[in-house]
Design a protein around this ligand. Structure first.
Ligand code: UFG
Length: 346
C-alpha cells in the first residue's frame, strides 16, 4: 500500500512543488490548506503535472477539531510535512500576534494529534534565518552554528517552533521530526504549471525581478552595494524549488525507513554556494537574454549581509544534493512569469 503523507500548506509555493515530488515518488498525498495565501486551482495544476489528484481539504490548522477530522477521514497518515504558516518578514513586525498565533498554534495542534493517530514523523519548514548573520569563520554555515536572536517575529516563530518540536520529543512523544533549514528557494516547476504566486507588490527578490523584466514594475531596487562582499551586494544561497521539494521526499524516507539516528534531527537545505544580488541579475540577463532595469539604492533594514549553507550533512545522511544551477532556476522563474502573462494573471 502507498504511504500517505499529510502536506499542510500544500497549495502554497513550496508545498505544491513538494506534493508533485511526493506523488512522483509514489506517495499518496492529502493536502490541508486554508487558502489564505493560495488558490485551490493549484490542485488542478498538481494533477496536470502528475496525472494524480491529491486529496484536498480546506482546513485551517488553527481549527483543532477540523484538523482532527482530517486524521479521522484519512486513517493511515504516516507522515506530515508542515508548511502552513505566515511567512512575510515585514508583515510579522506589524502583526506579531497573528504570526505567533498562526505559526505556533498550528504546529502545536499537529503535534498533539500525531500520537493519537499513530503518525510516525513530521518535517518542519525552518529557515536559515535562525543563524542570523553568522560570524565570518562560520561561513558556509553548518547546523552547529549558534542560533542568533531573531530579527523579526517571523524568524522568532521558526526558532520557537524548532524548540517546541524538540521539547515535545524530549518529553517522550512517540514521534520523529526533521527540521529543514531552507536557504532561499527560487524558480518554478519546469512545466510552468505551478509556481510562486506573490500577493501584491513582491517583497522577495525573484518575483520582483521577473515582474520588472515583464514590465509590471518599473525597476528593481538593489538594496545596497556597500556591504563587505566582493561586489558590495548581499550574498544568499539560492536553491531551485524542485531541488528543495526533493529534499522533503528524501527526509520523509529517512523517517519512514527508520534511518534516523536521533528522534529529532536538523539539516541545512541549500546549494552550498553563495551568489550576490548583482551576480544573480547578471546570470538572469545572460540566461534569458532580457535586459533588466535596476538601480542601486540604500540598504534594506534587517537584511543579513551574507549567508550560505554547508549542506554536507544532507548530502551524506539524506543522500540528497541540489542538482540545478542558478541559471536553470532563474530560467524557470522567467518561464513562469511569462506563463502568468499568458494566463492574463500578471
Ligand atoms: N533584494 C533586493 N531587492 C529587492 C528584494 C530583495 O536587492 O527588491 C535583495 C535583498 O536585499 C537580499 C536578497 O535580495 O539581499 C534576497 O532577498 P529576499 O527578500 O528575496 O530574501 P531574504 O534573504 O531577505 O529572505 C529570505 C526569506 C525569508 C527568510 C530569510 C532567511 O524570504 O522568509 O530568507 O534569511 F526568513
Amino acid at each position: 500500500m502507498k504511504r500517505k503523507i499529510l502536506v499542510t500548506g500544500g497549495t502554497g509555493f513550496i508545498g505544491s512543488h513538494t506534493t508533485v515530488e511526493l506523488i512522483q515518488a509514489g506517495y499518496d498525498v492529502v493536502i490541508v490548506d486554508n487558502l489564505s495565501n493560495s488558490s485551490a486551482d493549484v490542485v488542478d495544476g498538481i494533477e496536470k503535472i502528475t496525472g494524480v489528484r491529491p486529496a484536498f481539504e480546506k482546513v485551517d490548522c488553527l481549527d483543532y477539531s477540523a484538523l482532527e477530522h482530517v486524521f479521522q477521514k484519512y486513517t493511515d497518515i504516516s507522515g506530515i510535512i508542515h508548511f502552513a504558516a505566515s511567512k512575510a518578514v515585514g508583515e510579522s513586525v506589524q502583526k506579531p500576534l497573528l504570526y505567533y498565533r498562526n505559526n505556533l498554534n498550528s504546529l502545536i495542534n499537529l503535534l498533539q494529534l500525531m500520537p493519537e493517530y499513530h503518525v510516525k514523523g513530521i518535517i518542519f519548514s525552518s529557515s536559515c534565518t535562525v543563524y542570523g548573520q553568522p560570524d565570518p569563520e562560520n561561513l558556509p554555515v553548518t547546523e552547529q552554528a549558534p542560533i542568533k536572536k531573531a530579527e523579526s517575529p517571523y524568524g522568532n516563530t521558526k526558532q520557537i517552533c524548532e524548540e517546541i518540536i524538540t521539547d515535545d520529543i524530549k518529553s517522550g512523544a512517540p514521534i520523529h521530526a526533521i527540521l529543514l533549514r531552507y536557504f532561499n528557494p527560487i524558480g518554478s516547476h519546469p512545466s510552468a504549471i505551478i509556481g510562486e504566486m506573490p500577493n501584491g507588490v513582491p517583497a522577495n527578490l525573484i518575483p520582483y525581478l521577473t515582474q520588472t523584466a515583464m514590465g509590471i514594475r518599473k525597476e528593481l531596487s538593489v538594496f545596497g552595494n556597500d556591504y563587505n562582499t566582493p561586489d558590495g551586494s548581499c550574498i544568499r544561497d539560492y536553491i531551485y524549488i524542485v531541488d528543495l521539494a526533493k529534499a522533503h521526499v528524501a527526509a520523509m524516507a529517512h523517517i519512514l525507513d527508520d534511518k534516523m539516528t536521533t528522534p529529532v534531527d536538523v539539516f541545512n537545505i541549500g546549494t552550498g554556494k553563495g551568489n550576490s544580488v548583482l551576480e544573480l541579475i547578471k546570470t538572469f540577463e545572460e540566461c534569458t537574454g532580457v535586459k533588466l532595469n535596476y538601480k542601486i539604492v540604500g540598504r534594506r533594514a534587517g537584511d543579513i549581509e551574507q549567508v550560505w549553507g554547508n549542506v554536507d550533512k544532507a548530502n551524506k545522511e539524506l543522500g540528497w544534493k541540489a542538482q540545478h544551477t542558478l541559471a536553470e532556476a532563474l530560467s524557470s522563474a522567467w518561464k513562469w512569469q511569462q506563463e502568468l502573462r499568458k494566463r492574463g494573471i500578471m
